[in-house]
Design a protein around this ligand. Structure first.
Ligand code: CMP
Length: 212
């Protein structure tokens, strides 16, 4: 538990209490953990793996709101709002989760303002990124949306800016509200212009991509 930034700085006693309340769960690839519309019983932390947060319509068309990775918390929104789950969370690779019952998590937050503050900061970050998404859907073409998403998902690796997380063109399409064919065409174009390069280590981004 010490490895989660959410719990950083907690005393050993508090960590021991948290670990007593926490349970482990392994989720196979493709299986969902929480379902939109269901009641909230647990909050989850990602120990290993990767999960997508999706909303879909009756025809099965889905939008990917985000992809969660190691150290991230989910399932807290319905706990705060006493509302049903806002989205479905599906493992995109085998994932290990730490799960804590809603009431236990509430007790932990009551005794640890730092942890509660970090969750509030996290919710604010999420709102900021949702605002950016509204902006890009309303104001940007697919080139701009692909470029922005790649930049948001990238990290610095040995001086290069790289999207290391495995992501399919279909997933990119579902994250930016475009078709897979359009995303393929745009990425081919960006590669032809030397703005991105698909390598074994991931998608390498060039500086000039910022201005697309
Ligand atoms: P909850 O509503 O309980 O169940 C679905 C979870 O998906 C939700 O809590 C959040 O933890 C997570 N989630 C929903 N929307 C987003 C988003 N836009 N970005 C990141 N995570 C989200």
């Amino acid at each position: 538990l010490k490895t989660f930034s959410l719990f950083q700085g907690l005393s050993d006693d508090t960590l021991a209490t948290v670990s007593r309340l926490a349970m482990m769960r392994r989720i196979p690839r493709g299986q969902s953990v929480v379902h939109a519309g269901e009641r909230c019983d647990f909050v989850y932390l990602v120990l290993t793996g990767s999960l997508k947060v999706v909303v879909s319509d009756e025809d099965g068309r889905e939008v990917i709101l985000t992809i969660l990775g190691q150290g991230e918390l989910f399932g807290e929104m319905s706990m705060f709002g006493e509302q049903p789950r806002s989205a479905t969370v599906v493992a995109v690779m085998p994932s290990d989760l730490v799960m804590i019952a809603k009431n236990d998590f509430r007790t932990i937050l009551q005794g640890n303002f730092e942890v509660a503050w970090r969750i509030m900061a996290n919710l604010a970050d999420r709102l900021r990124s949702a605002d950016r998404k509204i902006e890009s859907l309303a104001l940007m073409d697919v080139y701009g949306r692909v470029a922005r998403l790649l930049l948001e998902m990238s990290e610095e690796v040995n001086g290069a800016v790289v999207v290391v997380r495995k992501i399919t063109k279909q997933d990119i399409a579902k994250m930016i509200g475009a078709s897979r064919e359009m995303v393929s065409r745009v990425m081919k174009d960006l590669a032809a212009q030397g703005l991105i390069e698909e390598t074994g280590a991931g998608i390498v981004l060039r500086d000039r991509l910022q201005s697309v």
